[in-house]
Design a protein. Sequence first.
Length: 372
Amino acid sequence: MVSLPETAVPRTWRAPGRVNLIGDHTDYQDGWCLPMAVDRECRVTVAAPSGPGIRARSAQIPGVVEVAADGATAPSTVEPPWGRFVAGAVAACIAAGIPVAPGDLTVTSTVPLGSGMSSSAALAVALVVAFTDLAGAPRDRTDLARLAQDAELRATGVPGGLLDQMTALHAVPGHVLLLDCRTLTVEPIPLPRALGVVVVHSGRARTLVGSPYAERRAQVEAAAAHLGVTALRDATEDQVRDDPRARHVVTENARVLAFADALRAGRTGELGPLMLASHASLRDDYAVSTPELDRAVDLLMEHGALGARLTGAGFGGCVVALVQRNHGDDVLAKVTRTLAATGEADPVAFAVRPGLPAAEVTPSEGAAPPGG
Ligand code: GLA
């Protein structure tokens, strides 16, 4: 068994959260997405073990998580529930032949929890990168994404795609990513200097556990099977005209490719309308928006955003918007003021910048993540 010597100096790993600028509910149909890793991240610090297994604490949530290092702990039995990701990551690594050493873990995150910004994927990715590095079992970045996806499936039972994990692992500073979920290739595209990205929380927390996420996924899998295609990436708009769920996936793929083309060519005026069309499709065809998300989109547009849409799975969480970078503070101030004036107790709205890929943090950076 690998184990940390008693005197080992604690080591820290990071993994960023993400916003998805366009391309939601396409990843599990071999489609395209256009995410950006953000400058808010989860950090996992591993110190020498104080017991026989893994003992983990969160800087945000009280309680101590105890998990066997041999993968014997069933994730669903772990309390508090965030610890299920630790058990899921251990089990995923063991199943992949990666030994996990006992150790004391501290987890601290500046990705807003339960907000659609991939706080859980950031945790799962940071854990599997830490465990594989500690085991001296380096893996290709896309393999690590799959390992983290497996960890999350074991932790929650939710059959997520690879959008969040691929973004955390393939992030490039200053860039957004065009992600092809069939070939699992990533094309970094520079975020134009004149553009800024802001996030507004809708005020309603979300969790994918118990949401219709798995149901939506099953609906579009059935649509693909009915059409006789491997995935809806291979379907035409004509073929899905009368099926709103499948129509969302097919039209969203087209919008992602148009968005990427516009970004590469510097036609930034086309980006906002594509984001709004995406939100409308997620709301009307895919039925994953909420009144609070719709309102946040409207508010952002009223206060000068270029485009806005829900980001991630929907069912609550955050809205992402593109703004002229020099207007970002103004848009945020106006949206926050309006939300506060209409009874939102503690409006959450902030700017995000492209973040760093998941990796070990150098000692000079310290263990605290940016953006807290
Ligand atoms: C969640 C899942 C992703 C993706 C999005 C919707 O974030 O984890 O795999 O399906 O929802 O685009």
